[in-house]
Design a protein around this ligand. Structure first.
Ligand code: AMP
Ligand code: MG
Length: 422
């Protein structure tokens, strides 16, 4: 008889009772981070992608004046003929930026251009295509017109005193335009987060250096830098850290100084060269989690001095998946953003997707529309956690739930477009 082996669950096992669910891990992370309090004023032309620290309240009506939506003639609704036609005398012209300021009496009208304020005594605009121009400075109109037609009212877009953008909003181009339309030149935004990063591994070589057998180029710091630049973080790059206790400790000391967040990659497994966890528990506080996800099972979360720490796995795809699923929502919350969930859609799978029940899988896909406009998704070739081309060729994650046991061609799947991830 052979003795049974008492093994602990490893990365290859699908069902591991010691693993946290993806949702639970995210809930714990978000529950453990808070927005940085300091705000700073910035001119609006530097405010794109920053997060509002206070509500933007309008000090005026937009539009400021009731004005014409068309090129035509401004008149009083009382002059619209109930039947037949009526002639009105054209007594002047109003242009955008050059109003006609005298009163307009019954039987009179004013030539008006789009955006020009409505002259006193008028409340309706007839389109120039709807009238007949007469030689004697008059126009003839019929009854195909309702009172108030073609008029944009003062305050119809925004009322004075209305909060137009709420604190916690990440500013998009339309928001900046909106703030400009209110005449506001400077706004208060949360200060950028300070984020330190480093890569761990004896096998890592900087770009530009020749690889010896067994070496790999350090790519994780570059994907991390890209993802951090998108969220608007100030990056302190600590570089490559060798797999020794001393170097790992020194890296943490250097990274923790004055930073809000530290992110490392690699060294969080249970291998013999994995020092992140033990150094972290000496210098700070560590929670080491196995998350029921693929790729990216080992994830460390904790604190060192004042900084929040994320220890991401080393595999390049795992770094990106764990960043987008856990780190980015946390950073966005720390930056004061209130809305941090990305868009998720349903699409029909054009590929057969292999999967065993037990973990949530974040496969990489290409989302597009078929000939009839319906959303379809296909996978990007090999899906190993070291295959970075699977991310580079993709434009979305295909999220397969924990209990899913594979997807056949034609079945619906949930996708998370990269476009919604910042
Ligand atoms: P680790 O989590 O340290 O065991 O690393 C897992 C795998 O990811 C190994 O194959 C490493 O060589 C690879 N890896 C770790 N760090 C990096 C990095 N910065 N750039 C590219 N590959 C990495
Ligand atoms: Mg390593």
């Amino acid at each position: 008889m052979t003795e049974p082996i008492h093994a602990s669950p490893g990365c290859g096992d699908e069902l591991d009772p010691t693993s946290l669910s993806v949702n639970e891990a995210l809930r714990r992370i978000l529950g453990n981070v808070a927005p940085v309090c300091e705000a700073e004023p910035v001119p609006i032309d530097e405010a794109l992608n920053r997060v509002l620290a206070t509500d933007v309240v309008s000090t005026m009506n937009v539009p400021a004046h009731t004005n014409s939506a068309m090129d035509g003639y401004a008149l009083s609704a009382a002059d619209i003929p109930a039947q037949g036609t009526r002639e009105l005398q054209v007594i002047g012209a109003a242009y955008a930026g050059r109003p006609y300021e005298s009163a307009v009496a019954a039987g009179q009208c004013v030539r008006i251009m789009t955006g020009a304020p409505l002259p006193p005594g008028t409340d309706t605009v007839v389109m120039q295509e709807r009238i007949e121009r007469r030689g004697d400075g008059a126009i003839r109109l019929d009854g195909r017109l309702q009172p108030g037609d073609n008029v944009r009212y003062a305050g119809e877009d925004i009322r004075e005193g209305q909060a137009v953008l709420a604190a916690g909003r990440r500013l998009m181009p339309a928001d900046i335009g909106l703030i400009a339309s209110l005449g506001i030149a400077k706004i208060a935004v949360h200060r950028p987060l300070r984020v330190a990063i480093f890569s761990t591994g004896d096998e890592l070589k900087p770009v530009g250096e020749r690889l010896e057998p067994g070496d790999v180029h350090d790519s994780n710091r570059y994907t991390l830098r890209g993802m951090l630049q998108r969220v608007g973080a100030r990056i302190n790059d600590v570089g490559i850290v060798r797999d020794t206790r001393e170097q790992t400790r020194a890296a943490f000391e250097a990274a923790a100084a004055g930073q809000d967040v530290i992110i490392s990659s690699g060294g969080v497994s249970v291998g013999e060269a994995d020092f992140v966890k033990s150094v972290l528990s000496e210098l700070g506080h560590a929670e080491f989690w196995k998350v029921a996800m693929k790729p990216g099972r080992p994830l460390t979360f904790g604190r060192v001095r004042g900084a929040v720490f994320f220890g991401l796995p080393g595999n390049p795809v795992s770094v990106m998946v764990t960043f987008y699923q856990f780190v980015q929502p946390a950073l966005r919350r720390m930056m004061g953003e209130t809305e941090t969930t990305g868009l998720r859609l349903q699409a029909t799978s054009l590929s057969r997707l292999k999967k065993r029940p037990g973990r949530v899988e974040f496969q990489r896909g290409v989302l597009e529309q078929d000939g009839s406009g319906a959303l379809v998704v296909r996978k990007t070739g090999m899906q190993g956690s070291g295959i970075l081309t699977s991310m580079s060729h993709a434009n979305c994650f295909v999220i397969l739930p924990q209990d899913c046991s594979g997807v056949e061609v034609g079945e619906p799947v949930e996708v998370q477009p990269f476009a919604g991830l910042i």
